[in-house]
Design a protein around this ligand. Structure first.
Ligand code: ZN
Ligand code: ZN
Ligand code: ZN
Length: 259
């Protein structure tokens, strides 16, 4: 199973519009971060987690031309904004795209992208055709790949991380729930929220992410949803062994849930 980081940036992306800071002016490609998303692929199945604000650019850059399903972590706009571009996958596959999401995420998605869900509005303009599949705390399968929700705290919100085989993706959280820790037992590779050093009400600081990573005990942790306060080269060298910053294009080879 192959995991590709499509975007490792925070909601505004890096560089940030109009900013002249060191990171935003950096020529290091690892300091150019699209909005957060990952692609999970096996030989037969291709799954994307979140349709970020940069979804179209990510599909073109990483040659994504088929999708067996989209899994949503939560409804914040940086994670859903690319939804309309799912149309392209309707054209290619001549089929609807299955989307897996919690009730609350669906409520917001269908409100924000009403034209895709309201049959009356559908006729007037082209809209993505999706097949919503509501998920709760139970594992589900996409093309034979088992995905397990990891309950996370994101400020006052409950959001989902996902465990797929030996890999887990836990972006957008400031706390992993007790049940979440249980579901992460024995994980080999994890991508974890690590926004910046300054505290934030809904995201982990790098310090908190390091503590959390140690508690989870994966073989390797990468931090994501990274703000422009964090310059890759400078921060990376101070991180403990087994913890690194993710970057766009990072590929992780993990055990799939089938083996
Ligand atoms: Zn986010
Ligand atoms: Zn900046
Ligand atoms: Zn969020």
């Amino acid at each position: 199973m192959r995991v590709t980081v499509l975007g490792s940036g925070t909601s505004s992306g890096v560089p940030t519009i109009g900013c002249e800071c060191e990171t935003c002016r950096s020529s290091d490609p690892r300091d150019r971060r699209l909005r957060p998303s990952v692609l999970v692929e096996t030989n037969e199945t291709s799954i994307i987690i979140d349709t970020s604000s940069d979804f179209r650019e990510q599909c073109l850059r990483f040659g994504i031309d088929r999708l067996d399903g989209v899994i949503y972590t939560h409804h914040h706009f940086d994670h859903i904004a690319g939804f309309d571009d799912l149309r392209a996958f309707n054209f290619v596959s001549k089929n609807s795209v299955p989307i897996y999401l919690m009730n609350e995420t669906f409520a917001h998605l269908s409100r924000i992208f009403e034209y895709a869900f309201d049959p009356k509005k559908r006729k007037e303009s082209s809209a993505p055709v999706v097949k919503p599949i509501l998920i709760d705390d139970k594992s589900f399968s996409i093309g034979g790949v088992e995905c397990t929700p990891i309950p996370l705290r994101h400020g006052s919100m409950r959001v989902n991380g996902y465990r797929i085989g030996g890999f887990a993706y836990c972006t957008d959280c400031n706390e992993i729930t007790e049940e979440g820790y249980r579901r992460l037992e024995g994980i080999e590779y994890i991508i974890l929220d690590g926004l910046r050093y300054r505290p934030h009400p809904t995201h982990m600081t790098i310090e908190k992410a390091i503590d959390t990573a140690r508690k989870i005990g994966a073989k390797q942790t990468w931090l994501t949803h990274i703000a422009h306060d964090v310059q890759h080269r400078l921060v990376e060298k101070d991180l403990p062994h087994g913890i690194n910053l993710a970057y766009d294009g990072l590929v992780i080879n993990a055990r799939s849930s089938r083996e």
